[in-house]
Design a protein around this ligand. Structure first.
Ligand code: SF4
Ligand code: SF4
Length: 296
């Protein structure tokens, strides 16, 4: 397997071992370069993370620990979890990559994919010179949450997370609509329309998904359309991951079954782990989607 590295017992990794692991998987570590270490502040700090941060510091890199705002509620929630989960002792500052309101993102092109035209990532992650994801694999009946998920969903801004989970076009809950027509006025595409019953509706063929109408509606009647298949969500997350990897040098560590798996290629890393654990194909649609894109 290309550049796949294994290291048993994450807690036993020392600085020399971490440096060797990171060099082998090709993480650029020039002195002074800024490395975004993507972690999940809502989960316990991986035991190897302080050593990874020490190793980056030994090379003269400026590392920071990055996570993004959750989809809903207080955007700062992720940051509150960080000290409680031990990230304040990892040896690098904790940063909410899409800002304190989850609105600080950069729109980047998504090339060579089928479902997206662009992707929205936390700006601080794209400000970095390279990305190192450190992921604790999680699998349950709802999904396989590996490296592709951590990159494609975990690095996406709040708007990006909403985009991958929805059809991209809103819908109107007419029971809340008061017929004020603010949505039809603000819409530049003819996507928001009034029906004969005096209530608004969204006409999908005209809607560009800009979400202006959602923001202006005084009653909250317009909301994202979550009526999408799991396969579609997984594939869009995978395309987000590809867009990020196309933009920045990257390397990945994943903790699974007592072993650190390290690789420069998130697809290979996820595929090897999914196969080793016998994950059903319904949960690995995103991995297969990226493989099919590569094969053209
Ligand atoms: S802005 Fe909201 S309340 Fe007003 S017409 Fe549109 S959907 Fe109805
Ligand atoms: S999302 Fe944008 S394009 Fe679509 S209906 Fe609302 S304002 Fe119009």
């Amino acid at each position: 397997m290309d550049n796949m590295q294994l290291f048993s017992a994450p807690g036993n990794l020392d600085v020399d071992g971490a440096l060797k692991l990171l060099e082998t998987v090709g993480l650029p570590m020039e002195s002074g370069s800024v490395i975004a270490v993507k972690v999940d502040f809502t989960k316990p700090c991986p035991p190897c993370l302080p050593v990874i941060c020490d190793a980056l510091r030994e090379k003269g890199c400026l590392a920071f620990l990055a996570d993004t705002a959750p989809c809903y509620g207080d955007a700062l929630k992720s940051l509150w979890f960080a000290p409680a989960n031990g990230y304040d002792r990892a040896g690098a500052p904790c940063v909410l990559a899409d800002g304190v309101k989850g609105t600080d993102y950069e729109l980047i092109p998504a090339k060579g994919v089928k479902l997206l035209r662009s992707a929205k990532f936390g700006r601080a992650i794209l400000d970095a010179d390279a990305i190192l994801s450190v992921t604790e694999l999680m699998v349950d009946e709802s999904g396989y949450y590996g490296v592709i998920y951590d990159l494609g969903f975990g690095c996406a801004s709040r708007a990006g997370k909403t985009e991958v989970q929805t059809s991209g076009k809103p819908v109107v809950d007419q029971s809340k609509c008061i017929g004020c027509k603010q949505c039809t006025t603000v819409c530049e595409h003819g996507g928001a329309r009034m029906e004969e019953n005096g209530k608004a509706t969204i006409f999908p063929p005209k809607c560009s998904g800009c979400s202006r109408c959602m923001r202006i509606c005084p009653t909250g009647a317009i909301h994202p359309n979550f009526d999408v298949t799991d396969a579609s969500v997984q594939s869009k997350i995978a395309e987000y991951a590809k867009a990020l990897c196309d933009m920045r040098p990257h390397a990945h560590l994943m903790m699974a079954a007592g072993t650190i798996y390290a690789c420069a290629d998130p697809v290979q890393l996820d595929k090897v782990c999914a196969e080793a654990l016998g994950i059903p194909s319904s949960l690995t649609v995103g991995i297969e989607h990226l493989i099919s894109l590569r094969e053209g």
